[in-house]
Design a protein around this ligand. Structure first.
Ligand SMILES: Nc1ncnc2c1ncn2[C@@H]1O[C@H](COP(=O)(O)OP(=O)(O)OP(=O)(O)O)[C@@H](O)[C@H]1O
Ligand SMILES: [Mg+2]
Length: 495
């Protein structure tokens, strides 16, 4: 119950964070509406008079007491006269008003002050002077009427104890009150819309979403980086940009995934087109090569090859030629950077990409590449439209799915993970791509658990090639707790 309540509060906070502009717009619209209505409304003025009903000429205290009780009884009988049409008619005649008795009566309110014999009469009108005149005349007429009615019976009389005044300050509209009301209502409407928007939003946004939908953790997040549109390989040149940091963190997290049997042949895929597969593949490959590993990047998206274009390489001959036996791997693999990374271009588009990629030839090629390199990164088409990535995943050690924050639908990610589960392919983790800075701050995406390391505790150095090999040979050697850090937290980020 308590957990449910907390979860609800968390949902509300998230809805407010992502839809704060709806709240601000709601308040502004509320203020504007309240201001306009107040400005358009006709101002109303009120004037009050106080009348006392008393028994005249009581000879002693006892008689005065009796008279007071009697007045209190009488007052309830007479008060309705003040709001009735009869006195209103007399007031109209006296003041020569162009109004009906019902209209005048509608402007009057009268109340008996508690535990007293005093009546407060208030007249509200569009003119301050007319309100005062009606109140004054009404008081006089009321007094006369009571005297008439009581003449032969008792000595009950009505006296005006407070004359009505002309009050130039309008009682309506209450501009400040209206503005406050408008702001509060606007805020509530904005909040409602923000909650509705977050309820209707069926895109993947949080690490919790990813875990629930795919069954795998977030292995890294890449922020929205406009630079990636012109300069696709950020890990090589722009060593300190936020996105290059993100790709390096993904590399580190990959190495922590399965320390006993680290994945070497890694398929990079996604649910639908344009989620950042090729960008992840090139940057992960360059980041791995930078840390000293021998890496080959295979452009196995034969339908929309982008790797060579992103890396500024030629794309003429490549994978499809090697598979068709028309070229040798050594002839078409292109070195990149300082030589630790080679790139195998897609080659010409074959008529049957899925068949070619699922062929025995492809399996043996991957085996050769695996033997010659520390990592084989395979860029593929998306999982849902075509089967290319699925057939490659079976031959790989695992897959990385990249998913676009706020764009990939929840059902698409779930279905992509299902495709991999159905063919028994291993999903290593999910990269949440194009996370807007605001969402990253709001949800605390980062490289930790939100749990600071001890002071002086430094991250483990990136494994050099020699070190990587040594670890590879001594697979069961435990990591030295004094020099290692917690597993980087992007894989277990809080949402
Ligand atoms: N984190 C990011 N920030 C900004 N732009 C990005 C980011 N990641 C990818 N992009 C841009 O999105 C576009 C698509 O990226 P990319 O080609 O890597 O996607 P893809 O999944 O390989 O697409 P396809 O399905 O067509 O192969 C590119 O223009 C790329 O520069
Ligand atoms: Mg691509």
């Amino acid at each position: 119950m308590r957990a449910g309540a907390l979860l609800d509060l968390k949902d509300v906070l998230q809805a407010v964070r992502s839809g704060w502009w709806l709240l601000v717009t709601g308040v502004l619209v509320g203020l504007a509406l309240a201001g306009t209505l107040s400005w358009l409304a006709t101002p109303l003025y009120s004037s009050s008079t106080r009348l006392v009903v008393a028994v005249a000429g009581a000879p002693d205290t006892s008689a005065a007491y009796q008279g007071n009780l009697f007045s209190q009884q009488r007052i309830n009988t007479y008060t309705p006269l003040l709001t009735g049409k009869s006195l209103a008619g007399e007031v109209i005649d006296e003041l020569d008003l162009d109004l009906s008795p019902a209209q005048v009566a509608g402007k009057v309110s009268a109340r008996v002050l508690p535990d007293s014999t005093m009546i407060e009469v208030t007249v509200t009108d569009t003119s301050a002077a007319r309100a005062q005149a009606i109140a004054a005349e009404l008081g006089r007429r009321f007094s006369d009427r009571v005297t008439e009615l009581e003449e032969d019976v008792t000595a009950v009389r009505v006296t005006t104890v407070e004359e009505p005044e002309v009050n130039e300050n309008p009682v309506s509209p209450g501009v400040n009150r209206n503005l406050a009301l408008g702001a509060v209502l606007g805020l509530l409407v904005g909040l409602g819309l923000a909650l509705l928007r977050s309820r209707l939003d069926n895109t993947v946004k949080t690490a919790d979403d990813v875990q629930t939908l795919s069954g795998a953790g977030v292995i890294g997040t890449v922020l929205e980086d406009p630079k990636l549109d012109d300069q696709h390989v950020v890990t090589s040149r722009d060593g300190h940009s936020l996105s290059s940091e993100s790709f390096r963190a993904i590399r580190t997290n990959l190495q922590f995934l399965n320390v006993d049997n680290p994945p070497k042949v890694i398929v990079v895929t996604s649910s639908v087109p344009g989620e950042g597969k090729s960008t992840l593949a090139v940057n992960l490959a360059t980041a791995l090569a930078q840390s000293g590993s021998r890496v080959i990047l295979v452009e196995a998206d034969l339908r929309r090859p982008r790797v060579t274009r992103y890396m500024g390489l030629v794309g003429g001959a490549g994978l499809s030629n090697v598979l068709a036996g028309t070229a040798d791997l050594s002839e078409v693999a292109q070195p990149w950077g300082d030589g630790k990374l080679s790139v195998l271009a897609a080659g010409p588009m074959p008529p049957n990409p899925s068949e070619l990629l699922g062929s025995e030839h492809m399996r043996s090629l991957l085996q050769v590449l695996r033997d010659e390199h520390d990592f084989v990164i395979v860029d593929t088409p998306p999982l849902l439209p075509v089967t290319d990535a699925a057939v490659l995943s079976v031959a790989a050690d695992g897959c990385l799915i990249t998913t676009r924050h706020g764009a990939t639908r929840r059902d698409q990610l779930a279905e992509a993970a299902n495709v991999l589960a159905r063919i028994d392919a291993k999903l290593l983790g999910v990269v949440l791509n194009r996370v807007p800075q605001s969402a990253a701050i709001a949800r605390g995406y980062g490289y930790g658990y939100g749990y600071a390391a001890d002071p002086g505790r430094v991250p483990v150095a990136e494994p050099k090639r020699e070190r990587g090999r040594r670890i590879g040979r001594r697979r069961h050697a435990p990591l030295d707790p004094a020099t290692t850090t917690e597993p980087p937290g992007a894989g277990g980020m809080s949402s």
